[in-house]
Design a protein around this ligand. Structure first.
Ligand code: HEM
Length: 483
């Protein structure tokens, strides 16, 4: 790939999340950045397939990622891990430690290079940490720490796998010549921990929801146009749009529930999910080597693993419909991190925004600052038809969250009460339904005991999810405008 010259318009400095862009300077870091990197056809997914490999200069990182997958590194916590598997992981980790610390300056010229670098380095870091024996100290080698933190400083993302690494920017087309190319069944994942069809389906379920969610984004857009007009005809149109939104939300719920066709709950819980754990999900602290020589690189105080709670689409739906997730002071324990070495911070869903690509974060801020919020407009008109339609859209979002609760019960609560199947080999990619025999993997999910279940991000899971679901319905309006 040819690198851009420093004077090229795409090589202009990226904007700060909080800092405003200087007056007159357009954010050109991605071709769609002027509209928050939200594409009219693909929403928060990029319209073109993500980069699959960095240029030769960074080939050592790519080679390590390929080796980890080809040699099928195993979770260090797997209860019946063989000597051979332990040796295999250790020899891969030794290669990581011996790798040179590659410079990242040239990556800065392209957002797409930076994205791929974050993907590769963060994935290598999770392979490194979670393949370690359960009693080993967690020390991320300088060859990962330094370039990863440099890339993170550019992208304003934390040094950990995010939803954008495993869903938004982790896909390719099965058939590039298919029409339409981004059909829901024309996707495959790029990087997998386990090489299983189950893991791929886990990521692709979210990817399909993002693509189908484009219809919801379009409804938001036309509704906001009508809110600007604000007359009786606009109110009738918005009424129609909100009923359509309820139907789109039911489509999203169907896509979510369809995960059951391709992803086995025990495989997910025991073999796949432990790879996602962040620093706030385990009892061992993560140390990052190489920082002494780089005082300019700053580590975040908390690192949560990837979660679809980082999906900008679902946040956008809440913002648009005016669902307020600010927890009351009495509900704060729901949002406590799992371990004492991670200080409690802001509410979980707000925290998750720091893990989103910054253009998407900015999109949500922009949406929240809309001068004519939908909920206020519905309250003001007092129209029965419009209020019904608004409540129908909220009910659709609640049904989506009800479906999600069923999935969490099936994929986390259920398996956490069961011992891992004694003979369990997940079906390999491309062989769905293959006979399962041989190996099983014992997960290390935080709080995975029956009494206190916690999510990837360290939440008191069911209580938290029910709270979010209930706040969705609580936003409903009575006909006279009261809640
Ligand atoms: C097997 C499939 C899934 C499982 C086991 C699962 C599990 C979880 C867990 C444990 C949480 C709590 C937060 C955390 O700690 O990460 C969560 C939150 C969340 N998940 Fe999922 N999830 C699944 C699929 C999805 C999908 C496909 C989506 C949609 C893109 C989604 C959207 C969300 C959202 C938006 C939240 C934040 C709470 C909310 O807004 O309702 N999840 N999920």
């Amino acid at each position: 790939m040819a690198l851009l010259s420093p004077s090229h318009f795409l090589a202009l400095p990226r904007p700060g999340v909080i800092a405003e862009m200087p007056v007159g300077v357009v954010d050109t870091t991605t071709l769609a950045a002027h509209d928050f990197d939200v594409d009219t056809r693909t929403g928060f997914m990029p319209p073109d397939p993500p980069l699959v490999r960095l240029p030769m200069r960074w080939e050592p990182w790519e080679q390590l990622l390929e080796d980890a997958q080809v040699h099928r590194l195993q979770l260090g916590s797997k209860h019946n891990i063989s000597e051979e598997e332990m040796d295999q992981s250790e020899s891969w980790r030794a290669q990581v430690r011996q790798s040179p610390t590659l410079p990242t300056v040239e990556l800065r010229q392209s957002e797409l290079l930076l994205r791929r670098a974050h993907h590769v380095l963060a994935w290598n870091m999770h392979f490194y940490i979670h393949s370690l024996p359960p009693d080993a100290e967690i020390r991320v080698p300088a060859s990962i720490t330094v370039p990863l933190l440099e890339v993170c400083a550019q992208l304003q993302l934390p040094p950990v796998i995010t939803y954008s690494d495993d869903v938004l920017y982790n896909w390719a087309l099965k058939d590039p010549s298919a029409k339409p190319k981004l059909a829901l069944d024309n996707l495959r994942s790029l990087t997998l921990f386990t090489g299983t069809h189950d893991e791929e389906e886990f990521y692709l379920t979210s990817a399909r929801i993002e693509l189908c969610g484009v219809d919801a984004l379009e409804i938001m857009r036309v509704t906001m146009d009508e809110l600007f007009v604000g007359d009786a005809l606009a109110a009738r149109r918005i009424t129609r749009y909100l009923h359509s939104l309820a139907r789109v939300l039911d489509d999203l719920a169907r896509l979510l529930l369809a995960i059951r066709d391709g992803c086995d709950p025990d495989t997910f819980y025991h073999s796949i999910r432990p790879w996602f754990n962040g620093a706030d999900s385990g009892t061992r602290k993560w140390f990052f080597d190489g920082l002494d020589a780089h005082p300019e690189l700053v580590l975040p105080t908390e690192l949560s693993g990837p979660s679809a709670a980082q999906s900008p689409l679902i946040h956008a739906l809440d913002v648009f419909l005016g669902v307020d997730h600010t927890p009351s002071p009495s509900s704060s324990p729901t949002f406590e991190p799992a371990h004492a070495h991670v200080p409690p911070k802001v509410p979980f869903l707000v925290r998750m925004r720091a893990y989103m690509p910054r253009h998407h974060r900015n999109f949500l801020q922009h949406l929240a600052a809309a001068p004519r919020p939908l909920r206020v407009a519905v309250e003001r008109t007092g129209s029965a038809a419009l209020t019904d339609a608004y409540n129908a859209a909220l009910a659709g979002l609640r049904r989506l969250r009800d479906a999600h609760l069923r999935i969490v019960a099936l994929y986390i609560v259920g398996p956490s009460h069961r011992a891992p199947p004694a003979s369990h080999t997940p079906a390999l990619k491309g062989t769905p339904g293959a006979v399962k025999a041989g190996v099983f993997v014992n997960g290390t999910c935080s709080g995975s005991g029956p009494t206190l279940l916690r999510g990837t991000g360290g939440t008191d899971l069911i209580r938290f999810l029910k709270g979010v679901r209930d706040r969705t319905s609580e936003a409903a309006l009575e006909l006279d405008g009261s809640t």
